[in-house]
Structures are given as C-alpha cells and as structure tokens.
Design a protein around this ligand. Structure first.
Ligand code: F6P
Length: 526
C-alpha cells in the first residue's frame, strides 16, 4: 500500500511552502476587479476552449504567478507520471489493488496511446472485451427501443448505479426518441418502489437491476420486491422482463436473471455510467447517441492525457480546487447548472468528488495534516437565486460557485433562454463586483469567486465531455493530496452496523449499544 516512488504528497514539496508564502503575501489580499484592471488580457489568459466545454476561470482568486506555482506543485507531486500510470492500466487503486480504467470504456476502436508494449497488449485485450460488451449492450438497447410492449423501464440501483444513469437520462431527455417512461428506484425506503410499481404493469415493464457487486442491500431488497410483484401480477418471463448490469454475473444468474451485461472491477461504481450501467441511457438515446456520449468523454480524456499541464483544463481546475481548499480554506463549492436538464448533476458530482476525495489519510494510510474534498452542493439556476444565493452574496462564508450553462436551448419557447443566460451572467458578475456604495444591509462585498463552464448545446457528446472533465479534475486534486481517490472504505461501517440493528429492531436486544442508539431503538419498537 505504498505510494509509487515518483509520487509525492503536496506537503512534502518545496512548491507547497512557496505557495504558503505566496498566499500570505498576496493571495489572501487578492482583488478580482483590480486584477482585471491590471491585466487587460486576464479573460484570455484564464479562459480556454477544451473539447465541447469553454471554461472561464478568470473570476477566480488566482493570477499568473500563482498558477505557475500550482503547476510547479503538480510537477513536483508527479502528476504527469500518475496520470500516465492510470492510462497505462497500472493498479493505482492501491488499497484494492485494481487498475482504474473507465477511460477505456470510451476509447474509440482505433485509438492508440499506451506507452509500454506490455501495457499495449494488456489494454488491447481488455479493449476488445469492452467493445464486445458494448456491441451486445447497444444491440439490446436497440431491441428494447423497438419493443412496443415495453413501456416502463425501471432501473433499480443505488450510488453510481443510479446517480449517473438518472442524471444522464434527464439531461438528454430531448434526445430520447422513444415513448418509454424511465424510473429510477434507489432507496430501500419501499415508498419509492411502491410508487413506481403502482404506475407499471408486469407485461409492459423492463427491470434493470444495476449493481456492480450485486450484493448492495438496498438494490437486492428492491430487486426481490420487484420480482415478487412481477410474479404476483402474472408475469412469467423473467428472461424478457429483467436484465442485470453487474460485474457479478454469477450472482445475477443465481437471482434468476439470464439477461446480463457485465463489466470489470477496474470500473469504479461512480465511474460506471460509461459501462453496462449506462444501459438506461442507451435505451433512451439509442446506440448512436450513446456512442456520441462516449466519444465526447474520449475527446476530454485525450485532452487530459496529451495537453501540456498549463493548458490542460482538468489540471487547471483541479489545481484551483487545491488552492481554494488548502490556502483559502474554502469548505464547499456550489454547483449551479443554469439548465433544468442538469438538475441531478449536483448529486452526481457529490458522489464523484466526495466519495473519491473525502479522505483523511493518504494512499499509504498516513493521517493528513491538511484538508481534502470540499462539500459539494447545489441546485439549478435560477431556482437557487431565490433560495440560498442570499448567503453566497452576503453571508460570512465564501463559497466558490461553478456555473454551467449551454448557449442554445433544447426547446423552442421564445424568450426564456436569454433570460436564463442573463441571470447566470448576472450572478457571476454580482459575486465578483459586489455593490460597495450602499453600506449595511444593501452592501455586497464582491470579490467572490466563480467558474463559468459554457457548452454550445447540451448534447450526448458535450455531456460526455463535461463529465469526463469533472472526473479528471477530481483525479488531479486527489493526486496532489496524495490520496487513493478510487476506494470508498468510509461507506462500510454503516452497512455493517445497519445489519446488526435490523436484527435488534426485531429481537429488541440492547446489550452493547450506546445510550442514544438504545433509546431510539426502544422508541422505534414501542
Ligand atoms: O456504498 C457505496 C457504493 O459502493 C458506491 O461506491 C457504489 O456506487 C454504490 O455503493 C452501489 O454499489 P453497487 O453498484 O455494487 O450496488
């Protein structure tokens, strides 16, 4: 479980010390408006076009010299080597001894980029498996799209087996040419499943049981209930009405599901949308749309893999995240998609960033003396403006905001899109410029940072690129912090305790419990 020898944790580098000095001397006094006044090229310097995504970073508390130091930090931490190790299929998920290769799921058949001969052979074999799985899954998606008897598609899964497909199906609704209804059931709270089943009929329903491990309690409980409901309603052909998306095909078969689409242990749950877990999206937008989605992500992978660090958007964003978290001590980031179709994006990004980098030890298990992942949260604009933006503008805590918008609307109602875009621009402008003249309650301090990500339009390809951008920026901050961003041990304890407490709720045994848990348990049983 040691770190690769060429990987150094940020606090062990000289660049870290220099950045601390820089923050004390200038960073903490940084004035955004002054920075624009001093540098007429600031927008050009701190904005860039990456595949499908234009990013304006200029409203952030950073200047050329600080960015140069952050890039030096990345070099000293061995970011390039670590990135290349991921793309070469090395087992960088060190606590689980697994490679991290979700990028392979979106690689086009002709792409070649692996440095060593051994890696070429290994990855070429795996890529052939990936392409075969994709063919089978997309053929099945097309078959389901053409099957008029199947009206309701019910995805049963949780975490990465829910958040990705749910977010993406909603985001690309305008590209869904089927008349099918998509439902996502994740919670073990039966209210969710009961509500969906009340609207379905066994003969017209396809259940997709999505679980990397095929052991997750919530998913298994819902899957069993769905099967019981199906049979009780006269359903007989489980082969036709149930499919499993999993790495554990044997368990799916044992459950009674014969239609299975597999994937690999080198695809983390939160990175699995690109695998068989993406089947609901493939049914919604078709094989062609799904391939475009993969291609958009692949374009961003190539940008991340090949572009010099100073022009590499995920690198610049990931380094900015480190600058904010460790020097400004900003504890959260607000995601503001000015696009209702991206309503579930904040939830998706929460898992991506907080499950990846919400860690207090480095990859070698050593306790960290600095902060890691911020809290991510958010709602679509303009809704957030009428709720918590008050705090963003005038609260005591500075929260960097990430605006995400598409130039072109996917609908044809006139007059809405200019208002939407104007509001996104206005909020970013107000956060930065403030309103100093009124004093007291009407004073806006300004100098509050934001990033603006602009797509031409929200399409399968641009969504793919946007998500890959987010994955790689999380990779970058995790690399600088010396983390293993690819495990999630922190979710295990609660699962074990819940198993024990479920039994105690039945048998009433309190022995060994703390006073509060025992008291609540008794209340629940009373
Ligand atoms: O408990 C956390 C987690 O393991 C996530 O990482 C994962 O996305 C989710 O549960 C679902 O896991 P599975 O796909 O194996 O059911």
């Amino acid at each position: 479980m040691s770190q690769p020898s060429d990987r150094f944790r940020c606090d062990q580098t000289s660049a870290w010390v220099t950045l601390q000095t820089r923050f004390k001397s200038t960073g903490q006094f940084f004035d955004l408006q002054q920075a624009f006044a001093d540098d007429t090229q600031r927008f050009e310097r701190f904005s860039q076009q990456a595949p499908y995504v234009f990013a304006d970073l200029s409203k952030n508390l950073i200047d050329v010299a600080t960015e140069a130091l952050l890039l030096e930090l990345a070099m000293q931490c061995g970011l390039e080597g670590y990135r290349n190790a991921m793309f070469a299929g090395e087992p960088i998920n060190s606590t689980e001894n697994r490679a991290v290769m979700h990028f392979l799921l979106r690689k086009t058949p002709s792409a070649q980029y692996i440095p060593s001969q051994v890696a070429i052979n290994k990855i070429a074999d795996l890529h052939a498996e990936v392409l075969a799985m994709q063919e089978a899954m997309l053929a099945y998606a097309e078959k389901m799209r053409a099957d008029d008897d199947i009206i309701d598609i019910v995805n049963i899964g949780i975490g990465g087996s829910d958040l990705g497909p749910q977010m993406a199906v909603l985001a690309l609704k305008e590209f869904a040419s089927t008349g099918k209804h998509f439902h996502f059931v994740s919670n073990v709270d039966g209210q969710e499943l009961a509500g969906v089943l009340a609207r379905c009929r066994p003969d017209n329903t396809l259940f997709l049981i999505a679980s990397k491990t095929f052991t997750t309690t919530e998913t298994m409980t819902n899957a069993h209930s769905a099967k019981r409901w199906f049979k009780a309603g006269g359903g007989r052909d489980t082969g036709r009405h149930f499919a499993a998306l999993t790495t554990n095909v044997a368990a799916a078969n044992a459950f009674g599901i014969t239609t299975t689409f597999g994937f690999w242990d080198w695809v983390g749950g939160r990175y699995s949308l690109w695998s068989a877990i993406g089947l609901p999206l493939a049914i919604a937008i078709g094989a062609k749309g799904f391939r475009e989605f993969l291609a958009g992500a692949h374009a961003m992978d190539e940008h991340f893999r090949l572009t010099p660090l100073s022009e590499n958007l995920p690198v610049r964003m990931g380094l900015l995240d480190v600058w904010y978290r460790n020097f400004y001590s900003f504890g959260s980031r607000s995601i503001a998609p000015y696009n209702s179709a991206l309503k579930r994006l904040p939830a998706y990004l929460q898992q991506l960033e907080m499950e990846s980098n919400g860690k207090r030890v480095d990859a070698s298990g050593r306790l960290l003396p600095f902060e890691t992942a911020p809290v991510l949260w958010g709602e679509p604009g303009t809704n957030g403006q009428h709720a918590y933006f008050q705090m963003l503008h005038q609260g005591t805590t500075v929260v960097p905001v990430e605006f995400i918008a598409a130039k072109t609307a996917a609908y044809s109602l006139p007059g809405h899109q200019p208002k939407l875009l104007a509001n996104a621009l206005a909020q970013a402008q107000a956060l930065m410029c403030g309103k100093p003249d009124d004093g007291g309650h009407k004073n806006f301090p300004g100098n509050r940072p934001s990033t603006f990500l602009l797509l031409d339009e929200l399409t399968p390809a641009s969504l793919g690129a946007l998500l890959a951008l987010q994955e790689h920026r999380v990779f970058v901050s995790g690399a600088i912090w010396g983390l293993n961003s690819f495990d999630q041990w922190g979710v295990e304890l609660g699962k074990v305790l819940a198993q024990d407490l479920e039994q105690r709720l039945v048998n009433g045994k309190l022995q060994g419990l703390d006073g509060s848990t025992a008291g609540l348990l008794q209340k629940m049983r009373a």
